[in-house]
Design a protein around this ligand. Sequence first.
Ligand SMILES: C[S@@+](CC[C@H](N)C(=O)[O-])C[C@H]1O[C@@H](n2cnc3c(N)ncnc32)[C@H](O)[C@@H]1O
Length: 297
Amino acid sequence: MNYRHAFHAGNFADILKHLVLTLCLEHLKAKPKPVRYIDSHSGIGAYDLASDEAERSPEWKDGVGKLLNADIPEEARPALEPYLNLIREMNPDGLKSYPGSPEIAARLLRENDRMHLCELHAADSVTLDDRYKRDKRVKVEKRDGYKAIEALVPPPEKRGLVLVDPPFEDRDELAHMAEAVMGAIGKWPTGTYVFWRSLKNLWAADRFDAGLAHWLITEQGIDPEKILRADLWVRDLASEGKLAGAGVVIVNPPWTLEEQLVGAMPWLADTLAQGDGYGWRVDGAFTDEDLEDLADD
Ligand SMILES: C[S@@+](CC[C@H](N)C(=O)[O-])C[C@H]1O[C@@H](n2cnc3c(N)ncnc32)[C@H](O)[C@@H]1O
């Protein structure tokens, strides 16, 4: 448990994940019925950009620091504005803090919606609980998020979203994620799920995505259209140094999400680029060839 998200808060990887989270929650809110938000790896909720960690590793300066005052092209605005407005509301006097996934949900969700936050790190779970203990919509648990997901679904609200955002400290993180996810999706196939994974190893990420998509389509009868992948890399993925790429796989995304992301990603990739070989992709995590093979089986 060495990972501290404070070193990375507001970097390019957070931006894509939190952009997707914002758009998914906004879409769920379009109907009056209450929704449940489940965050398996919550962190501390919000991050002080003047903290020691953020000062020592100012990844946010190459991330959210480049977005807030940028001139955003028309086609990218529908996707980016809800996310950026939330950060602006949180920072009326200039960028000082960055919302983690719990804070994004807490700011977007309504009185009758509910949030279940899991954080295993002892001190971080206390910080998280302190932040939300007066918010009746929120339950914080110091608990293994992987084990929690399956136990927490289906929620009574029947509509909602599960975010799975592990630290990727462990070499087997993708396998743990796949195992937890399969248990949960089997029990609650209509929930929206957002899985974050790094692109340190493109082959491993592609294998996870394709394996998950294959299982969802063949075993759960999920329509291939209900699986979406969005990745962003800020320089050549083979380059040395800090994380160069990351993204999310979304199961049961809002039908509007793909178009919104495709509108924003070219500008986002250009703006957040840190070197040659940067890029993005928004696709179904499954090639047309894979789908044809499935149809032949
Ligand atoms: C990438 S951070 C989460 C960031 C957060 N979701 C956000 O977007 O603001 C991962 C968090 O998972 C916590 N963690 C690690 N293993 C865990 C586990 N098995 N269950 C729950 N939390 C865990 C870490 O302490 C860390 O705070």
